[in-house]
Write a protein that binds this ligand. Sequence first.
Ligand code: FES
Length: 144
Amino acid sequence: MTDSSTKSDFDKMVEKLQRDVNDQARMTFSEKVVTEYNNPKNIGKMEKPDAFAILKGWCGDTMEMYLKMEHEIVADISFMTDGCGATIACGSMLTSMVKGKSVDEVKAITEDDLIAALDGLPEENLHCAHLAIITLENALKMLQ
Ligand code: FES
C-alpha cells in the first residue's frame, strides 16, 4: 500500500465520519443549523472593535461578539464561542443577519427571528439562541 492510497483511505474514513456526524445532527437539527455549524461565517475575534461583549450562558458556555461600526451601520461583526454546535450556528446566522444593518434595525432582531432564520431549534437548544441575542444586546450597549 502506497502513502497516497493510505492517505486516500484516511480521507475516506474522515469523510464517512463527517457524513455520519451530519446524518446524526440532521435527526436533531434543521438543515440550516447543520449548514451554519459546518461552515460558520464571521467567526473569530476582532482587533480594536467599536463594541464587544463576552457572556457566559447558564449552561457554562461563553459567547463573544465584536462589532465595527461605520456611520451607525454595522460594517463588520464577528463572534467566538466555546459552546455547542447550535451556538456556533446561532452566532453564524445572527452575525450574518446583523452585518450591514443600522443599530435600530439590529435592536429589532429578536430571539424568535434568529430561531426562525435557522428553521427552528430543539427545545433544549433554545438557550443557545438566547445567549447569542443577549451577547449582541450587551455589545450594543457600548455604543450608547
Ligand atoms: Fe451551551 Fe449551546 S449548550 S450554548
